[in-house]
Ligand binder design. Structure first.
Ligand code: KIV
Length: 271
């Protein structure tokens, strides 16, 4: 099996092989062409068109308002920029919970209209029928357990999930069920590291964590957070690789100064 850099195109099969040989999977979010192009050329394995676009792109407080049409718009932009990474797209809130028929038609629209490679949806046993139906159409499904932001009004807070034994046991059962239903991978969000490690060890599909410690098969972060473009969100799990908020802010300020002082454009910058 070739290593990460030799892989021409990442497929669900490649991710499974990476887990088998212990190579960690790197996943980041993207919602637009320009960002996705930079991310893909860096060698990231999976690009997630997350419904976090609802917060990051549209400024909503939760992920609930984003629509299927909006997700398809973001996904199409990301797919056009991507030549290597696997592109996974979130089914937005309300596009799959009512029944499995609606789930399948939402997933088909995403695949057909954006050209994405797989979909992701939140939940365990309660979305069994939807997962199975989507899979019958040959569409790969990524699961998502732990903190599931589409259920924020049920939980009430964004705090760490599955700290109690009952919830932890249920999460392990759900992870096993998602594997049985046929999911190709699973995201675990904001749960204790020990529990996440246990899940990754007891199922054969890749487990990708966000706030789930280092014992899982890969990591995902929201790109705008890890680049430091957002500066109000500071969870413990977030590592910032840049402080783009500051850099961009000072670039904009310098531009304003240059315009006001008639320093921009200079002679070389005009026709
Ligand atoms: O929407 C999203 O960005 C996500 C990740 C946080 C996993 O689901």
């Amino acid at each position: 099996m070739p290593n990460n850099k030799e892989i021409k195109k990442v497929t669900t099969h490649v991710l499974l092989e990476m887990k088998k040989r212990g190579e960690k999977i790197a996943m980041l979010t993207a919602y637009d062409f320009t960002m996705a192009k930079i991310i893909d050329s860096s060698g990231v394995d999976v690009v997630l068109v997350g419904d976090s676009a609802s917060n990051v792109m549209a400024g909503h407080e939760t992920t609930l308002p984003i629509t299927l049409d909006q997700m398809i718009y973001h996904a199409g932009s990301v797919v056009r920029a991507t030549s290597r990474a696997l592109v996974v797209v979130d089914l937005p809130f309300g596009s799959y919970q009512a029944n499995s028929k609606e789930a399948l038609s939402s997933a088909i629209r995403i695949m057909k209209e954006s050209g994405a490679h797989a979909i992701k949806l939140e939940g365990g046993r309660e979305v069994k029928e939807s997962i199975e139906r989507i899979l019958t159409a040959g569409i790969p499904v990524m699961g998502h357990l732990g903190l599931t932001p589409q259920s924020i009004y049920k939980f009430g807070t964004y705090s760490v999930r599955a700290k109690e034994v009952d919830e932890a046991e249920r999460l392990i059962e759900d992870a096993k069920l998602l594997e049985q239903y046929g999911c190709f991978a699973l995201v675990l969000e904001k749960i204790p590291a020990n529990l996440a490690t246990k899940v990754a060890q007891c199922i054969s599909i890749p487990v990708i964590g966000i706030g789930a410690g280092s014992g899982v098969d890969g990591q995902v972060l929201v790109t705008h957070d890890m680049l430091g473009m957002t500066n109000e969100f500071n969870p413990r799990f977030l590592r910032r690789y840049l402080n783009l908020y500051e850099s961009m802010n000072s670039a904009f300020k310098q531009y304003i100064v240059d315009v006001k002082n008639k320093d921009f454009p200079n002679k070389k910058e005009q026709y």
